[in-house]
Design a protein around this ligand. Structure first.
Ligand code: HEM
Length: 544
């Protein structure tokens, strides 16, 4: 019929013929419509009852391959929104997948959005490395905050590939990471000093704010080429930056119902996301624009190894030249991605070291033996296998993005090796937390044992950068985290220095609480408060 060109010309013909069967003059008759209502409700109900995965999987979407994808039905229209909009989604999903025997892949609905989640290394690898999963769904807040043009959310295509190339050959190139070591050391020294001051003034230290200050400064240094005196609370520019970053984190991290129920946005916006995004964007634009203008005025003929990211973007020419709004989005995204993850990961490491004093002692022993009296450098880290194992074990037990932070979106049907077929336009998540806590994969998964990564103790030196999906906290495939090396270098240096300079002991008034809260990253619900006792400073170098 299509070929004859008559299809759809009058698709409402049935409206006028159907009444004949029901002896009604017109289908638009209100009584007739009213009597049809129970029929529609029943059909809807039956569709829901017989659709594993819920409404978004109707019409057999989850049965397109030789093996079907099972999952919870959730509620009609809402799917699993109520179960996942609060609490710890990674734990809820892990328990659902295991109860339903759907760890390889589970289908569920978030409103009208069909979603799959993998809690298994093999299916996770196939999803993350598939070229048909190289897009991401764009949250409403991310779109409003201009992230659609930044690396993390730009759709797979020429523009995104260009950004990835610039990122890998400039900002995250090994020589640039190396060139920024001096500033990393400076930030670390400032952090050790402020910790010492707080410890002497209060008898304990709230570690997170020191880590966040150091990471913000470190990232603004690499991205904007600008450092702030973090002790100066009256610095207006720093205050403005902190406020904007905090607001952005809240907006991006909050669960927005209208992402999954678009009609809701017209009358329900409890967090005032639209209004707040609209207010934040011009502030961000103004702030970053001034920094770009400063760089333009200063000029930069030749890029040095430690050039900042603004200089790099300004130096692009020809087809690579970027619009100012694109630059704002890219630069702003780097500030977001780089600050939170590294500070929160370090806080988890330190919490585990306080709880596991024997691990802390072993780490100090390694540092004393290999580094001795001098200050730790990036180059030392390769010679500190126990430090690396402590980091890996923390990434295993507390992955900063337990659901790998940002989901993926299929751009066409994807057939998996287990026979399941994920249809196009499906959102896919990987539950890295479930994989790293799976007793079939990890012995005693709830226990903190860095030795499991030490070859000389019979452990396995597993790579965490995306090659081994049993532990891939930075994701994998084309959209793997481009900042993974920078992140690891920062956290390794901080932990080494913190442990070299202080003995970390439980604060008796605030025992360590490993409860989690899932925001943009998974963080400690109650920030870590600890007692930092300076180690024997005779054998330890002065940090100042
Ligand atoms: C401990 C530190 C970090 C962790 C655990 C982490 C984790 C992640 C994860 C899980 C993803 C998604 C990967 C995927 O979909 O396969 C990601 C993406 C990303 N990360 Fe990181 N990250 C960290 C540090 C950083 C840093 C320091 C930066 C930059 C300054 C950064 C920039 C990005 C960007 C731009 C993306 C998006 C990549 C894309 O979509 O093409 N990350 N990160």
């Amino acid at each position: 019929m299509d070929k004859l060109g008559i299809s759809g010309k009058d698709s409402s013909w049935w409206v006028f013929t159907l009444p004949a069967f029901f002896e009604t003059r017109n289908l638009y008759d209100e009584w007739f419509l009213f009597s049809l209502l129970p029929v529609f409700v029943s059909v809807g109900f039956l569709t829901w009852v017989f659709t594993p995965g819920g409404f978004a999987w109707k019409h057999g979407r989850n049965q397109k391959g030789p093996a079907s994808i099972t999952g919870p039905r959730g509620l009609p229209f809402f799917g699993s929104l109520f179960s996942l909009s609060h609490g710890l989604a990674h734990r809820t999903l892990a328990s659902m997948s295991s109860t339903l025997g759907a760890t390889q892949l589970m289908a569920f609905s978030l409103g009208s959005t069909p979603v799959v989640v993998s809690s298994d290394p093999q299916t996770a690898r196939e999803i993350l490395t598939s070229p048909h999963f190289a897009d991401r769904p764009l949250k409403h807040s991310a779109k409003m905050l201009m992230f659609g043009r930044a690396i993390g959310f730009a759709p797979n295509g020429t523009y995104w590939r260009l950004l990835r190339r610039i990122a890998s050959s400039h900002l995250f190139a090994p020589k640039r990471i190396l060139a920024h070591e001096t500033s990393r050391q400076l930030d670390c020294t400032a952090m050790l000093r402020s910790i010492t001051e707080e410890q002497s003034a209060h008898g304990s230290v709230l570690l997170r704010k020191h880590l966040q200050a150091a990471s913000l400064n470190n990232i603004t240094g690499s991205v904007f080429g600008k450092r702030y005196d973090v002790g100066q609370d009256d610095n207006q520019e720093l205050q403005e930056l902190r406020e904007m970053v905090k607001e952005g984190f809240e907006l991006l991290g909050s669960f927005n119902w209208s992402d999954y129920l678009p009609w809701l946005s017209f009358f329900y916006d409890p967090f005032r996301i639209n209004q707040r995004c609209a207010a934040l964007v011009p502030r961000v634009r103004r702030f970053v624009h001034e920094i770009i203008e400063d760089h333009r005025l200063r000029g930069c003929d030749k890029l040095s190894d430690n050039a900042d990211f603004v200089d790099v973007l300004l130096s692009l020419d020809g087809e690579e030249k970027l619009q100012e709004d694109d630059m704002v989005a890219i630069l702003w995204e780097m500030i977001f991605r780089g600050t939170d993850t590294t500070a929160l990961l370090t806080e988890w490491v330190m919490a585990e070291l306080v709880l596991n004093r024997e691990v802390q002692a072993k780490l100090q022993e390694e540092l004393d033996l290999i580094v001795g009296d001098k200050g730790v450098t990036d180059a030392d880290v390769v010679n500190l296998p126990y430090l690396q194992s402590v980091l890996k074990e923390t990434l295993r037990i507390h992955p900063p993005g337990p659901l790998l932070s940002w989901a993926r979106l299929s751009t066409s049907d994807v057939q998996l090796s287990n026979g399941m077929l994920i249809p196009a336009s499906t959102m896919a998540m990987v539950n890295m937390w479930a994989i790293t806590h799976d007793p079939e994969i990890w012995k005693d998964p709830l226990v903190f044992i860095p030795e499991r990564f030490m070859e000389k103790n019979g452990g396995e030196n597993v790579d965490v950068r995306g090659n081994d999906l049993r532990i891939a906290p930075f994701g994998a495939g084309r959209r793997v985290c481009p900042g993974k090396n920078l992140g690891l270098v920062m956290v390794s240096l901080w932990v080494a220095k913190l442990v070299q300079h202080f003995e970390w002991v439980v604060d008796p008034d605030n025992p360590v609480d490993l409860s989690e809260v899932l925001k943009l990253s998974c963080e400690m619900k109650n920030p870590l408060s600890v007692v930092a006792i300076p180690r024997n400073l005779v054998s330890c170098p002065s940090p100042f």
